[in-house]
Design a protein around this ligand. Structure first.
Ligand code: MRU
Length: 342
């Protein structure tokens, strides 16, 4: 399968061919594709590609199932916080376990259908999140976001950025501010790039400048995505989100989390039950070539943090706007999903 290698943006748009299960796992682990919904879609597409490969090579059904299950386990371990990854992989695992397809070609076709269903369902969910989110924007269209929760993170127009794209589509004026998102710079490299492609005004600030922004020129609203939302409404998202939520509360700015119901994990009671991915020290020490950390220092590099539910003004899903108390609102949103596997 072919992916856009996001580690090369914004300097170059490079397509990368993934030929093996190892390539697929590496691409997800190295953030060549990233963003919770997109890694779920990529994993599903990758498992479907394994099916096509097996079909072409005449590999028997049982061997394909064994290979795909092994790959599924490695994929789920590659990025443990983003629950959409496990959600998508488990959907493909259900296809592998179903007795309906008796041969490799039949199984390969079913895997491809399920992967495409996940992608198109995500695209529809993004639009619906955008519609619900747009209704919340009111007259204020100076939006602060974090990391990248847009086209580059999903199968559609994004989650946190979906209302921005819809505002633009409808001729409303909208401006986006984004923190660079240390250490891998998804804000300055990816969000700024994709909004630029769409002709939307965007300003990048260093993560450390966010407090000054709230103090001097506060945004109208904060819109962020999520990697996993616990049953009580605690939200795991890119590290730095929690600080934004505290600033937003202190300055009276609404703080909205936008995510599909596939990001809600009702089995995680609270944020404390969400596994937080920690990444290599070298991302901080010499992320983009130069050594930027004194050698003797140790590094603490969590990829995500947890924002407590009481700092979240509302959670916007494709099913509508969930307000506190989140436990019942999220349960209702998750149980009203009617799409297959949703
Ligand atoms: O480490 P990343 O780049 O995969 O982190 C992405 C985020 O934290 C996004 O905000 C989240 O996945 C939501 S994407 C719609």
């Amino acid at each position: 399968m072919v992916i856009l290698d996001q580690t090369r943006l914004p300097e170059e748009q490079v397509e990368l061919e993934l030929r093996t299960a190892d390539d697929l796992v590496e691409a997800i682990r190295a953030l060549r594709v990233r963003g919770a919904p997109l890694i779920g879609i990529t994993a599903a597409m990758g498992l479907a590609a394994l099916g096509r490969q097996a079909e072409r090579a005449g590999i028997p059904r049982n061997e394909l199932i064994r290979e795909a299950r092994d790959c599924a386990a490695r994929l789920m371990a590659a990025r443990p916080t983003a629950v959409n990854l496990a959600w998508a992989v488990k959907r493909l695992e259900r296809v592998l376990g179903a007795p309906t397809s008796t041969d490799s070609p039949g199984l390969a076709r079913r895997l491809a259908e399920e992967a495409e269903a996940i992608r198109s369902q995500d695209a529809r969910m993004c639009r619906r999140i955008g519609e619900h989110g747009l209704a919340l924007l009111g007259g204020g269209h100076r939006v602060l976001t974090h990391c990248n929760a847009g086209v580059l993170a999903t199968g559609g127009i994004g989650t946190a950025l979906a209302p921005v794209y819809l505002a633009r589509e409808r001729g409303m004026s909208v401006r986006v501010l984004v923190g660079e998102t240390r250490p891998l710079l998804q804000g300055s490299r990816l969000t700024a790039w994709e909004l630029g492609q769409a002709g939307i005004e965007v300003t990048v600030l260093t993560d450390g400048a966010t407090g000054a922004l709230f103090h001097l020129e506060p945004p109208d609203v904060v819109l962020v995505g999520a990697d996993r939302i616990a049953a009580n409404g605690d939200v795991a998202n890119k590290v730095g989100t929690y600080s934004l939520a505290i600033l937003a509360r202190h300055h009276g700015v609404p703080f909205y989390v936008l995510a599909p119901t596939s990001t809600v994990d009702l089995e995680a009671e609270t944020g404390g039950d969400i596994p937080i991915e920690h990444r290599a020290a070298d991302e901080v020490r010499r992320g983009f070539g130069r050594t930027t950390t004194a050698e003797h220092a140790t590094v603490w590099n969590p990829a995500f943090d947890v924002t407590p539910a009481d700092l979240v003004t509302a959670v916007v899903t494709e099913q509508g706007i969930c307000r506190p108390p989140y436990r019942s609102a999220l349960r209702d949103a998750a149980s009203s999903v009617t799409e297959p596997g949703g």
